[in-house]
Design a binder for this molecule. Structure first.
Ligand SMILES: [Fe+2]
Length: 295
């Protein structure tokens, strides 16, 4: 396996290895896992991807999420990201699929609004537009390490609220349905996720985050906005240009990403599998301590 660094201090392409080898072979998994902990974004090119193969690879990293209500693929282990309607044509710009795609163009980390957040997302390209439609990544680990040490310390002991309806509300007020709101109540997570494998902290933020626990709403929102801006500053991102056969996986604990626009008339089809974080991934440290625990 060859590791070729791609981005500004994070992201790498793994060469001479396939998803099937990582799925089947302990040594290949160990090498890929070590690269994942180190580089946060891993690119595999020229893969022969099937749904089953993608899932077998993903399962190596932990338990797969079941797709939430309101998403294409609900009830399965796959999220289908598509702007192709039931009639086989690209949907119009005001269609729910198009609006969801627009929400995906806000900086975020996947599943921070869920009861169990995600360790990693694995995304494969099935149909790609001729231009645009890239996925752009930033390292929230490097963003955290750029901050003043005093602020780092404050953030380590702060907790942010994340809500799916909040990020969707930035696109259209009713984009999150009543069914989704009921299934996805706001969640509170520590603002810094420390990686147990290497001890490095990362900002845990997203377009879903709207408030900081115990901080007056306007001041909390201002801090979130400032941290988001610092994390996504110009020159700090890796932009992935998709080709069919590409698979990219990323560490949701240590990155944010966003989709980039493409010509509305061109179809795009991507398939995502998402792996939940477990205690071994540092999940216990992320929860708001209960009042009893503090006594
Ligand atoms: Fe995403």
């Amino acid at each position: 396996m060859e590791i070729v660094p791609l981005g500004p201090g994070f992201a790498a392409e793994l060469r001479c290895v396939t998803l099937a080898e990582v799925a089947a072979d302990d040594a290949a998994y160990a090498a890929a896992r070590a690269a994942f902990e180190e580089y946060s974004v891993l690119v595999f090119r020229g893969q022969e991807v099937t749904d089953e193969g993608q899932l077998a690879f993903s399962r190596r990293f932990g338990p797969p999420e079941v797709t939430k209500v309101g998403s294409l693929g609900t009830g399965t282990h796959f999220v289908i990201l598509s702007t192709i309607g039931e009639d086989g044509k690209v949907v119009p710009a005001d269609h729910r699929l198009a609006l969801r795609n627009k929400a995906n163009q806000l900086w975020h980390t996947d599943s921070s609004f869920k009861r169990v957040p995600a360790l990693t997302s694995v995304l494969s390209a099935r149909i790609v537009p001729s231009r645009g439609g890239e996925t752009e990544y930033v390292s929230t680990r490097l963003a955290f390490e750029r901050l003043d040490p005093a602020l780092q310390k404050t953030l380590e002991n702060s907790f942010a609220w994340h809500d799916y309806a909040h990020s969707r509300g930035q696109i259209a007020p009713d984009l999150a349905t009543p069914e989704e709101r009921a299934a996805l109540p706001p969640q509170c997570w520590r603002l810094v996720w420390r990686n147990p494998a290497n001890g490095r902290g990362a900002l845990y933020l997203a377009s879903h985050s709207y408030a900081i626990e115990g901080v007056e709403p306007a001041a909390g929102k201002k801090l979130i906005d400032e941290l988001m801006s610092a994390a996504t500053a110009l020159g700090k991102s890796y932009v992935h240009n998709w080709q069919p056969g590409d698979v990219v996986m990323w560490d949701n604990r240590a990155t944010m990403h966003r989709g980039r626009p493409w010509s509305a008339h061109e179809p795009r089809l991507m398939v995502r599998t998402t792996i939940s974080a477990t205690e071994a991934d540092g999940l216990a440290t992320m929860r708001l301590p209960s009042p009893q625990a503090a006594e």
